[in-house]
Design a protein around this ligand. Structure first.
Ligand code: PLP
Length: 369
């Protein structure tokens, strides 16, 4: 059996190990926030935003932000039907109603026309998820948000390194959330980041993330409201500081892998990969191939072919509307259609060119080439 080609694996060097070791040895007492403060400052600079708060996860960042916006029972939150459940869970936890809309054929992200059609007086947020690093059509979504008085939130869990007309993904909405899960381009094992340019929202999230204890509160151990405990540890932040120092290298490698897949599949008809429209940069977190209907290649064929070569290919997200808790609708839209003929490809930092050739050969085999 050939050795396994995993779909992701972090790149951890002596730099990260050194920082994490230092945090474990010395990052206590008065130094227990040193790496957290450093990571937040570096992330702010990298993203070009005014505020960043290290969180328990991207899910936690979204939960805090939605709570700070006051979203609750009776409110509706619009998001794409194609998504991981993490994007919708915070709205559900807050008692809001998710409204799923179909995706665009090329980016697999929110279709702005359908977003506008889905707006009601109860709409309290549009959640723009930059799926797999692909960018949502932010100009159109921000315009819809402005015209209807609805905030646009960016779920940039997958989109570190993606750039929309000169501005980094996650920095354009009322707030953004990032994931540092072990599969992501930048990892702290788990955890994430909340970012915003809104000082008042930042203050609210800071309070909510620390069990409702406001910064200005002078009484010790005095929460002003029931909040959350969605924080990052100093040791995890130390890992993140090392990763952020290497962000250009980590990012460039992701893009290089996507570019190489493009080259290897250039002659194939009936396959498309993550798009990169003019004026944008795709952070390329998760190279994904979609087979055209005419090829007849289904997700199940692809899964079996990759498994046969010991390659870890991951299914494209099922439509959220097809899950039992959201009604188990069969789904006639692109979200269901594309999921049935798409697959995520391996893209870890240290993969070899030979690994990529193996992956491309499986795709060629599926196409009968
Ligand atoms: C689009 C998207 N949003 C949110 C998340 C959740 O991130 P986390 O695991 O950090 O909560 C993920 C996780 O992969 C994701 O892909």
């Amino acid at each position: 059996m050939k050795s396994r080609i995993p779909y992701t694996r972090p790149s951890i060097t002596e730099l990260e190990v050194g920082y994490a070791t230092d945090a474990a040895r010395n990052g206590w007492g008065e130094h227990c926030y040193d790496y957290i403060n450093r990571l937040e400052a570096r992330f702010r600079d990298y993203l070009g935003v005014s505020h960043a708060i290290a969180t328990s996860s991207c899910t936690g960042a979204l939960h805090l932000g939605l709570a700070a916006l006051g979203i609750g029972p009776g409110d509706e939150v619009i998001l794409a039907d194609t998504n991981w459940v993490a994007s919708v869970a915070p709205a559900v936890h807050l008692g809001a109603t998710p409204v799923f809309v179909d995706i665009l054929a090329d980016s697999w992200c929110l279709d702005p026309a359908r977003v506008e059609a889905a707006i009601t007086p109860r709409t309290k947020a549009i959640l723009a998820v930059h799926l797999y690093g692909n960018l949502c059509e932010l100009d159109a979504l921000l315009d819809i948000g402005r015209r209807h008085g609805v905030p646009v939130i960016e779920d940039a869990a997958d989109a570190i390194g993606s750039i929309y007309h000169g501005r980094r993904a996650g920095s354009l909405g009322v707030f953004g959330g990032f994931s540092f899960h072990g599969t992501k381009t930048v990892t702290t094992g788990e955890r994430g980041m909340f970012v915003t340019n809104d000082a008042a929202l930042h203050e609210k999230v800071l309070t909510l993330s620390n069990h409702g204890r406001a910064r200005g509160q002078t009484r010790q151990f005095w929460p002003d409201l029931v909040g959350y405990k969605y924080k990052m540890s100093n040791i995890q932040a130390a890992l993140g500081c090392g990763q952020l120092e290497r962000i250009d290298e980590l990012q460039a490698r992701k893009r290089q892998i996507l570019t190489r897949y493009r080259e290897l599949l250039a002659g194939c008809t009936g396959v498309s990969l993550n798009p990169e429209p003019p004026g944008t940069v795709n952070g390329a977190w998760m190279p994904t191939v979609v087979f055209a209907p005419a090829t007849g290649v289904r997700r199940e064929h692809a899964q079996a072919a990759f498994a046969g070569e010991n390659i870890d290919a991951r299914v494209f997200f099922h439509p959220l509307s097809s899950l039992s808790m959201f009604g188990a609708h069969a789904g006639a839209g692109l979200a269901a259609d594309i999921a049935g003929r798409a697959i995520n490809l391996p893209s870890f930092h240290d993969m070899s060119d030979e690994d990529q050739v193996c992956v491309a050969n499986v795709i060629r085999g599926l196409l009968g080439e």
